[in-house]
Design a protein around this ligand. Sequence first.
Ligand SMILES: CC(C)(COP(=O)(O)OP(=O)(O)OC[C@H]1O[C@@H](n2cnc3c(N)ncnc32)[C@H](O)[C@@H]1OP(=O)(O)O)[C@@H](O)C(=O)NCCC(=O)NCCS
Length: 122
Amino acid sequence: MVDLSAAVFLATTDDLIIGFAQVVVGSTESRSALLNRIYIDAEWRGSGLANDLLDTVVNESAQRGVTRLELTVFERNARAIAFYKRAGFAATGSTTFAVGDDLQTDVVMEMDLEARFKRRPT
Ligand SMILES: CC(C)(COP(=O)(O)OP(=O)(O)OC[C@H]1O[C@@H](n2cnc3c(N)ncnc32)[C@H](O)[C@@H]1OP(=O)(O)O)[C@@H](O)C(=O)NCCC(=O)NCCS
């Protein structure tokens, strides 16, 4: 049963927060969750920390009954899209949002957690 509605994961040094991720869980029936934000301090990008943080999000979400992790990402955020693809997200569609009179497009991406954990050797 999913009993979590939102969680924030922090990556820290001894005295600094250097990254965070926020997950919002949908209805119990849908068993899906939204990776609402993930952010790594600029100095730590490319270090593998984002991967470790996302792994924690994925493992914790799966343990709490989530079977599908979703996110949206600005279509021109090539670095984030490359990161998500490498981590196992697949693009499933797109959605638009208005910035003033401009229509901007986000890519919708999903990770099937059931399939991900089935593939792993026990
Ligand atoms: C998105 C984010 C968490 C990823 O963490 P990261 O440490 O930068 O990720 P990595 O370096 O491990 O992976 C980025 C990938 O993009 C590639 N890349 C780097 N710069 C790039 C660019 N300008 N264009 C396209 N790809 C790029 C890297 O080579 C790497 O791919 P590879 O491992 O296949 O070579 C981090 O960049 C970040 O915090 N960005 C700002 C906030 C943000 O955009 N959050 C996501 C909003 S949806």
